[in-house]
Structure formats: structure tokens, C-alpha cells
Design a protein around this ligand. Sequence first.
Ligand SMILES: Cc1ncc(COP(=O)(O)O)c(C=O)c1O
Length: 239
Amino acid sequence: MIAVAKKQGAMVLVDEAHSMGFIGEHGRGVAEDQGVLDDVDFVIGTFSKSVGTVGGFCVSNHPKFEILRLVCRPYVFTASLPPSVVATAATSIRKLMHAGNKRAHLWENSKILHKGLTEAGFQLGTAEPQSAIIAVIMPDLEKGAAMWEALLKEGLYVNLARPPATPANMTLLRCSLCAEHTAEQVQTIMACSSAPERPWGSSDAAPRGQALRDHRGSAGDRQGNCRTLCGRGGDAAAR
Ligand SMILES: Cc1ncc(COP(=O)(O)O)c(C=O)c1O
């Protein structure tokens, strides 16, 4: 893409929202991973995922970068971030730069969950694990919402992406992994999610719950395990 953009005289802006902290040796994202950081004109990202707070950034060496301060409406018409948020973001970013072990563990979690859900028969957004978010494709909103609710009742929170954010007749259940998830917890996510005889798409949540109980043993075990996965609802990748 960069080669084509340069040839055509276009600028390149990379949104590293999903990759910051996770992809690349120092967690700088896809551009770092691909070795093209110096060829990218603008890098944007959010503090709401791997950084664990709110806000975002745009960095650039482009000579006309400063013009964004005048014409970028979300920047011009938004109050500055509170100092506490800036301090949190700065601390998180410093830690992320040296979080190679956490990145490795998160990759491991991502690969295991991707493999487990694929083997259980679910249709995933990507053929290979590429992110800390594993997206499961659901055929329509009714079935997607039914499955989302069934999982929530089991104690597993996933993000439901629905039209118009997704194409019509398609919803996504986005499983957001983080570096703090243990191997055991990833197994619990798969146990909560997988019922091979009833792949996601069944709106029949009650019998599915029975299948999960059979699969995972006592209700006490199930609740204890699943509860550890609840908590922050947003994308907590790499935290
Ligand atoms: C690709 C991408 N860019 C940017 C954002 C913006 O994130 P936020 O509005 O939380 O800062 C998101 C949020 O999900 C995203 O997925």
C-alpha cells in the first residue's frame, strides 16, 4: 500500500487502535511490525484499548501536520484530556514499550482461542489469529443477540457488533482477550462458548446451557471460573 501511495503522491495514515501495545517488537503497531514506520505519514491510535483509559493521539513528521490542529473538528471542538487521564496514558504507554512478555502471552492466548473456536466449528472473522480480539461471525442480529445474552448469563462478556456497524444480516461477537487472562481462563472462555453440536447460530439458549453444564461440570465450578472473565466491558487487549 505504501509503495502504491508513494507512486501516486498520496499520504498514508495508519490507525493502530487494535495493534498498539500488541503488534510490533515494541508494541508500536502494524507499521513497526512491517518495518515501514518511517514511510507512514500519520499514525493515529486510541488510549481506550491497550492503554486502558480514554482519548487518543495522532503523531506525524509531516511538515503540514500542524494544520490538523486547526481543521480537525474532533480535536478543535473537544476539551483537553484531564491531567489524570494523560498521566495514566503516559504511564501505560511507557510500560507497553517494555511489555514483551505480556505481548507474547497475549499472542499465545489469541492463538489458543482462535484454534479452539475454529475447531469447535465457529466461523471467525479471520482465517488466522491476527489480533487480541477474536470476532465470531453470526448470521443475523436475532441469533447474535441471543448468543450474546446466553454467554452473559454464563458469566462471559463479549462485545456484540451489530448493523449498521456490521453489514446487514451479520453480527459479530468480539471476544477481547487481554494479557492478564491466564491459560486456564482461556480454556474457560472456550468451554463457555463452544457447544459443537450447537454452533453459535442457534437461538436455542436453554438446551445449549445444558450442554455447557455437561461439558464443564458443576454449576459452582462454572460460575467461579466464568466470573473471573467479567469486568471491564470494553476492549482490554494487552492490558
Ligand atoms: C479501528 C478503530 N479506530 C479507532 C477507534 C476509536 O476508539 P475510541 O473512540 O475508543 O478512542 C476504534 C474503537 O473501537 C477502532 O476500532
